[in-house]
Every structure is written in C-alpha cells, then in structure tokens.
Design a protein around this ligand. Structure first.
Ligand code: LLP
Length: 417
C-alpha cells in the first residue's frame, strides 16, 4: 500500500495531500491510487507470464468505469455477475471476448444481452440455467460458449459469508456429478462447451485450498477429455486475500509457483477473476470527524462516513486500519469510530487504540478499495459519496457525490390513491 504514505505528518495518496483533497471535494470520499491499481494488475499478470492467461477483474469488487477502463487498458477483461455489470464493462471499453459471466440467477434478458455482446463464456451454475441459456441462444440463432462452475468441496478457510466452494454452498454443480452435467451440456444444440470454472471463496490467505481445489479440477479436465469433451479455458476464479491488519496472504508469485506446475501441460488458457487483490489496498475511505463523545464506559469518534458507505465492518466484523490524515502526535485513546446512522451496528472501527482526533480532523479508512463503494447504499437517505482517482499529482472525480435530488430520482407520489 505504499502509494498511501505520510510526508511528515500528512497522509498523501501518490503526490496528492488527502487533507487538501478533502477541502476541495468535501467528505466523505473514496480515494484510489492509479499507480497501485496498475502495479497490482501488473504483478498478477507477470506472475503468470509463462502460461497463457486472461485476467478478468471481478467487477463486483469495484465497478467504477474509470477503474474498469484502467484494467482494460492493461489488457484485462471482466468477471461479471449481472446485466448491470455487463453494461458497465462494455461502457468502460472492456473487450467482450474477455468477459466471463457467473452467478446463480441469470435472467433471460441478461443472458440475451451477454450473447449479443459476444462474451467469452457463461459460467453456468445449474442444469436449469444451462437449459435457459440454450433456449435464449436458440432464439437468437447462436451458440452460447459455456463453462460449468464446478464445486470442488474444498474449505477455503475464510469468513463463512464469502466461502463458496463447499458442498453446502449454493454455487456451482457438485464435482462428482460434473461429467454427467457436461454430457448433458454437449447434447444441447445451442451450447458450446469451452471451459470449466471454479471459485471457492474470497480473502484466502493460504495457497493450500487453491491447490487442493485445482488438483480436483485438473483431474476432472482429464476425465472430460477422455469422454471427448474439450476444455479450452480453465477459470480458476478469484479469492486471493490482502493484508487488512496482520494477514500475510501469498503474493501472486507464490500462487503462480503453486499452481502453474499443476496446469502447465494441460494446454488450457487460464482465466483468473481477481477482485480484492487488485483494488483492495488501492483505495481508502476518507471521512471527517464530527464529534467526540467521551464516556466513562466507552468513547466514540463520530465521523461523517457510515455503514452505508463502508458496510464491511458491520457486515463481517472486518478490520480497516484507521489513519489520521494529519497526525497530531498527541495522546491516544480507545474508541469506536461510528457514523451518523441510527443503529448500533453502524461502526467503522471498534475498540480501536487510536490517536485522539479533534472535530474537523480527517481520517482515512484503509484497504477500502474492494467491496467498499460497490456495497454502499442510501440507507438513512444518505447520498452516496464521491470516488476520486489519483494519478501522481492529479486527481479526477470519477464518480460525483450524489445530490439530494439523486436520492428521490424515480420516486412518485401517486394522485388520488
Ligand atoms: N469470482 C467469483 C465467481 C466471485 O464470486 C468472486 C467474489 C470473485 C471472483 C472475486 O473474489 P475476490 O478476488 O475479490 O476475493 N463482499 C465480500 C466479498 C464477496 C466476494 C464475492 N465473490 C467482502 O467485502 O469481503
């Protein structure tokens, strides 16, 4: 995260002072470093340089058009899960041939839009979905390129909400029935089997589960080939973790060293769907201190960002480092950092040993580039915050702060009801 650095007592993103930026654009806002985004993409890309591969950024982690465009310019594609994400990816200039489409509940109109765009493949999650895709493709007079998402029943050892590869999960088809499902797919006239997909979970901090899952998938690819079903694309999903606090996740190089030997003789193009590892530590949520409430039992720092802006702490109990944007080098205290929302679950940090801020002080919640803005909402009728991309000494408003009118757009009070 070395593009967010202190110069003296002031926190900078690249060459831009976050305190100055807060004065110019107001708070709260998400700040992203273009250099970090690029470096993360390149590190991943270079790690797998010796095998044919495509990096399809998981759009759900950060769907801003400018971020998608930055990765597209680096040669990346997109992993999408909805018609909305397809729309964004295309608008951002992502090559449709580098778009993979996953998700358990694709609707017919979404399938149609993806077929018309000419995506690389659909990652199919059930037999009924396969039939629906066959049907829609037939009505358009085309063949749909598909992979089956196979559930390898491997424990990713991560938070249960973001674990997806166990038997009890709603995702994918069970590995022991995969050959049968593939055979059914080849019988459908408007389906062309091109790949296989797996994704076992998010924020993985060890390579072990990746290797275990991939070994099972590689064995399956060989079985499928024995049955005459050719697999061109092996989509290994996303899930590589990042450091929020003390985690020591593998570098993409370590992941590459562990998995390339398993796949290099297979003759497949690898597809990756990294989300968090590309954007997480490239972003921070910058917020202003409104009030201090120092109590006997507990102290609270009330800031102008809240759980609707960054849901991860309340939703998963996630830790985001809280840094003063201008260090006071004063006393420390223990406090919860909370937002203005009217429920106790609204906190950004709990029992945090931190420098005691004063009202008006700007704070930065780090590692917020992934699943930050994308999971934000308008709860408590709070306009969504701005997103700012920083590149060297320049900054760009890549998403304007919502206005009050944005809050009620599309709402109507009916006449005579
Ligand atoms: N591919 C598929 C099919 C996925 O479902 C996901 C994430 C990814 C790729 C990207 O995973 P990543 O590389 O970012 O770990 N909101 C949660 C994370 C949910 C992840 C959902 N799927 C959080 O804030 O931690």
């Amino acid at each position: 995260m070395n593009d967010f650095i202190y110069r003296g007592n002031e926190l900078y993103c690249e060459e831009v002072s976050l305190a100055d930026l807060a004065k110019k654009v107001g708070t709260p806002f998400y700040a992203y470093s273009a250099a970090t985004l690029r470096n993360h993409f390149k590190a991943f890309d270079q790690a797998f340089a010796e095998v044919p591969h495509v990096i399809c950024f998981a759009v759900k982690a950060n769907s801003n058009l400018a971020v998608l465009n930055l990765f597209a310019k680096e040669g990346g594609g997109a992993d999408i899960v909805s018609g909305g994400e397809l729309f964004r990816a295309l608008k951002a200039g992502v090559d449709p041939k580098k778009i993979v489409y996953a998700g358990v509940g694709k609707k017919r109109e979404e399938i149609e839009a993806a077929l018309k765009a000419g995506v690389m493949m659909f990652n199919i999650e059930s037999v009924q979905e396969m039939e629906a895709i066959n049907d829609v493709a037939g009505s358009l007079g085309v063949k749909a390129p598909v992979a089956l998402r196979v559930n390898p029943d491997v424990d990713p050892k991560t938070h249960p909400y973001v674990s997806t590869g166990l038997k009890k999960s709603k995702f994918g088809v069970p590995i022991d029935r995969a050959v049968e499902f593939y055979k059914a797919a080849t019988d459908l006239p408007h389906i062309e089997v091109v790949g296989i997909h797996k994704h076992i979970g998010s924020q993985l901090t060890e390579v072990g589960p990746f290797v275990d899952a991939l070994e099972k998938i590689v064995a399956l690819v060989k079985d499928l080939r024995d049955s005459g079903i050719n697999i061109k694309y092996l989509d290994v999903g996303g899930g590589l973790g990042i450091t929020y606090k003390e985690e020591e996740p593998p570098h993409p190089r370590d992941l590459a060293a562990a998995i390339i030997p398993l796949v290099k003789d297979l003759g497949c193009t690898l597809v990756f769907e990294p989300g968090r590892v590309l954007v997480g530590n490239a972003g921070a949520l910058v917020t202003k201190t409104l009030y201090l409430k120092k109590g006997e039992e507990k102290s609270f720092v009330v800031v102008d960002a809240a759980m609707n802006d960054l849901a991860r702490p309340s939703l998963y109990g996630s830790y985001h480092e809280c840094r003063p944007v201008q260090k006071r080098n004063g006393g420390r205290f223990m406090a919860d950092v909370v937002g203005p929302i009217c429920e106790s679950g609204d906190f950004l940090a709990k029992d945090r040993d931190m420098e005691e801020p004063a009202p008006g002080d700007i704070l930065a919640f780090m590692s917020a580039g992934a699943y930050g803005f994308t999971m934000s909402s308008n709860y408590n009728s709070r306009p969504r915050v701005a997103e700012i991309l920083i590149s060297k000494d320049r900054y760009f408003v890549i998403k304007e702060r919502e206005t009050l009118d944005d809050l009620i757009r599309g709402e109507h009070i009916p006449d005579n009801y």
